[in-house]
Design a protein around this ligand. Sequence first.
Ligand code: HEM
Length: 496
Amino acid sequence: MDSLFTPYLVTGICSALVVACSLGFLRRPNLDHIPVVGHSSLLASYWFGKGLEVDHDRFVQEGYDKYKSGVFRVANLTHWIVCLHRSHLEYLARAPEDHLSFDHATNNLLKMEYTFGLKFNDNYQVSLVQSTLTRNLSVLYADVRDEIVAACNEYLDLKHNEWKAISVEHIALQIASRASNRMFVGFPLCRDPDWLDLNINIPHAIVAELKLLKFCPSFMLPLVAKVVTNLSGRTSRGVTLLGPVIKKRLQHMETEGTDWCDKPNDFLQWCLDTKRETSLTSLTRRMIVINFGGIHTTSSTFSQALLNLAENPQHVQALRDEVELVVSNHGWTNEALSKMRKVDSFLKETLRFEGSSLLGLSRQAMSDITLADGTFIPRGTLLAFPAYAMHHDGAVYGNPKAFEPFRFADLQNEGSEGSRRQMVAVTPDLLSFGLGKHACPGRFFAATVLKTMLAHFVVSYDVKRKDDESVPNTLRMGDAIVPNPMAKVMIRRRVN
Ligand code: HEM
């Protein structure tokens, strides 16, 4: 019965998709008045889809250079992205959600309900990141550092003083996911290889699923998602691992109220304390989504920083001197991190120089809008800024094509605007953490983890390029910029 039914079902879905896609094309916002860079139509970008993956960076840069003070659009397989100009940043930062929506743009990209199983706009975890997580950084700093040191010892597994080749991406992912999960779900689950593996690999699965889902019109998503996503599989694997921890905590809350001896202080508990949900499924999905936002962003920044360290050995001593001096005065504390200007600058320059996306500040127009320069943006349009090109603009940064690790520390030392130069500052010159009310709320935690990781590496290990090969370039996959997964560096315990 099933085998007879399946071909009809598949044919039905395919035909409906074709009809719906054609209708979808007809209903797209009319953007004829905005110049195109690269593929001249969405259809062309379908046909040359492979080319788009490869050339997207070239098109965006071309548009940025050509339309210096205007807007342009690039095709992104299923929709146009209108790239705005720097002068529109202030409007975007202030625009209310019913004009320019971060949530709709994100949902358009991630199809949250079908990939994570969380309803659109059901995101109370965002305010917990912003408030409780950030507030607890000093209190929980010792735990986070403890996890980083333990993870380094375990995964690097260095014997004596011998050099060892390590896969940068693998090591960065393991350490970042351990450190993050110490804060997210606490000890001992933060060391459970199955929990870590689940959360490290979910983004790969979701990216693959989205490649299919993004062609699907919204009314068909519930049906198609059932076929192409593995939401129930990953949820049940997560519930098996996290469920017993949640159950135990719920029991404590029932018998002992809001406080008890040894009450955990971690993200899971903060979610439970809100009493917004008690279902094992939704709490597990919540912890998966927070891992999704936190792990890969942090680990790819660290991967890139480690590669930059191996590529620029002449800067290691300055970093070591700074870390040793600060730690001798303040110990390993969150306060000490705020004094490590060079470490901060090294990471900030890594975000500027490589970054994680060609485009930043994606938003969807929720009504017809006319920008200050008169450009008309119809309702439904997806907007973004050419972040990578902006970060490499000689009018903003001197010597923009060079990695200058201490450029932000030098600016901090020179000027009165010290705090604006810090990694966590969000300013129009650096869009790595976004801008305005949706600027990344996890950036304070990310900076704590990243600075501790880098500071620990420079004082504990020697790092160099592998066999004097230069480090491989980052990869471009559509808009995303990711460290090359094949990249390796040589590492040993510090010799002097
Ligand atoms: C180096 C690491 C990270 C980078 C580069 C990064 C970058 C970003 C960016 C660009 C945005 C969108 C901002 C906008 O469009 O205005 C964002 C949003 C967000 N990030 Fe991060 N992020 C990082 C780490 C983290 C971590 C560790 C967490 C959680 C602990 C986190 C949680 C979030 C959340 C919840 C949002 C959505 C904010 C909202 O809905 O208003 N991020 N992040």
